[in-house]
Design a protein around this ligand. Structure first.
Ligand code: ARG
Length: 429
């Protein structure tokens, strides 16, 4: 057990099993960068308030910068024996500057730090998620462009409905993902990263005034209400909600592509480099990537529900329960970003199987609406009557196992006096 940020009032040593149980360093090390930013603002304020000399502030700042460089270059090694990232950084600073480090935490609370760090993490990762989303939208658009003129059967109830352009089908997904981007933009506009809550009651005004000066023009703010700031995790829930909706879109896209790549549909040829084989059946080409995207939906929704439930009924203000927001948050961000990264490249490798699509497009029922249009617009038949006529025509074709385009004039007339060979040939080619 390494040095802790507390302990003076305790006579007994912390139970080692309990200490392990309550630690968060194994995941909150991902907040290192933001925790350093918090410390850098704080030491500036301490210096301005005369609580650190210029030389002392410089020494601590240099030590923090040194750790920051390691974080940014990927070389940061968290000390997993620490309680959390706040303690780890404090100890690392102490290693560099000795006893002086004891002044770094002056009048500061981890409750303020963790709210600041987590909000900052959400800010950064929501921004990078939006960037990945935009790349995915571009790759959907370039696939749509490649197959500009191509038609596919469109479905409702997973039943063939009407012919649509493949570009429009893809465009529907682009639009949904565009809406996800807008949700992120809205989130970013409302997200205010705050410093200065203390444990709950607010930082001392002699430091708060300094924060204000230091932060002029920056995105970071003084909390409007410090009690709210340390007890609010709405931003985590919002981020997880946005990711859940986005994940639902990815899952629907994955499901469609899995279906359309089966031998039964065979509309899409999926890029081999993202598929796997079977250890038993040599002919298999399995869409595992898409299946995992679909499968992860449970995890992403679960993460949202887990934080919502954890926050429910928590008394104001900070409670340790809130430490449990981080794993679900990090998990959702990492899964969704991983999916987006691969999906953008996956989409580029998709090929349309023209022959199979053309075969499907021969299904005459796909053109029922075209005949409806003719009857209603040119023959002035009432819509409901036209619906009935076309329905009977399709039933006749099925019962007599005969293509609509081959039904002879006499039978057409019997179905409806509005039907004749000319119109049938025009609609059903
Ligand atoms: N690991 C804690 C969290 O994530 C940091 C804050 C701890 N504060 C405290 N008073 N014990 O919420």
């Amino acid at each position: 057990m390494t040095k802790k940020l507390w302990g003076g009032r305790f006579k007994k040593k912390t139970d080692p099993d309990f200490f392990e149980f309550q630690k968060s360093i194994q995941y909150d090390y991902k907040l290192a960068k933001y925790d350093i930013y918090h410390s850098q603002v704080h030491i500036k304020a301490l210096k301005a308030a005369g609580m650190l000399t210029l030389a002392e502030a410089k020494r601590i700042d240099t030590a923090l910068n040194h750790i920051l460089v390691q974080v940014l270059s990927g070389g940061f090694k968290p000390d997993l024996s620490c309680e959390d990232i706040h303690t780890d950084i404090q100890n690392k600073v102490e290693k560099a500057v000795g006893k002086l480090a004891a002044k770094l935490h002056t009048f500061r609370s981890r409750n303020d730090q963790v709210a600041f760090d987590t909000r900052y993490y959400c800010e950064d990762t929501m921004k990078s998620t939006a960037t990945l989303l935009k790349t995915l939208i571009l790759s959907l658009e370039s696939l749509a462009d490649k197959y500009k003129g191509s038609l596919i059967p469109g479905y409702t109830h997973t039943q063939r409905a009407q012919v649509v352009y493949f570009k429009d089908y893809l465009g529907a997904f682009s639009l949904m993902l565009g809406n996800d981007c807008q949700r992120i933009d809205k989130f970013l506009k409302g997200n205010s990263i705050c410093i200065g809550s203390g444990a709950l009651a607010g930082q001392y005004s002699f430091l708060l005034d300094k924060y204000k000066k230091i932060l002029k023009g920056s995105k970071i703010k003084i909390p409007e209400n410090s009690l709210e700031n340390v007890s609010n995790r709405d931003f985590v829930i919002e981020a997880l909600s946005i990711l859940s909706i986005l994940q639902m879109h990815l899952s629907r896209l994955a499901e469609d592509f899995i279906l359309y790549s089966t031998k039964e549909f065979n509309y899409l040829d999926l890029p081999e480099e993202f598929c796997t084989g079977s250890s038993l059946m040599p002919h298999k080409k399995n869409p595992d990537f898409l299946e995992l995207v679909r499968g992860y939906t449970g995890r992403i929704y679960g993460n949202l529900i887990s934080v919502l439930t954890m926050m429910k009924g928590l008394p104001l203000t900070y409670n340790r329960d809130m430490q449990l927001d981080k794993e679900p948050l990090f998990s959702s961000v990492e899964i969704v970003q991983g999916e987006l990264k691969i999906l953008a490249r996956f989409i580029k490798g998709i090929k349309l199987n023209k022959a199979a699509i053309d075969r499907a497009l021969e299904d005459e029922s796909l053109y029922a609406m075209k005949l409806m249009e003719y009857l209603v617009r040119e023959k002035k038949v009432a819509f409901k009557d036209a619906h009935d006529i076309v329905g009977k025509l399709i039933r006749y074709s099925e019962e007599n196992d005969r293509k609509i385009k081959d039904i002879e004039a006499g039978s057409l007339k019997k179905i409806s006096p509005h039907l004749d060979r000319k119109i049938i040939e025009r609609v059903f080619r």
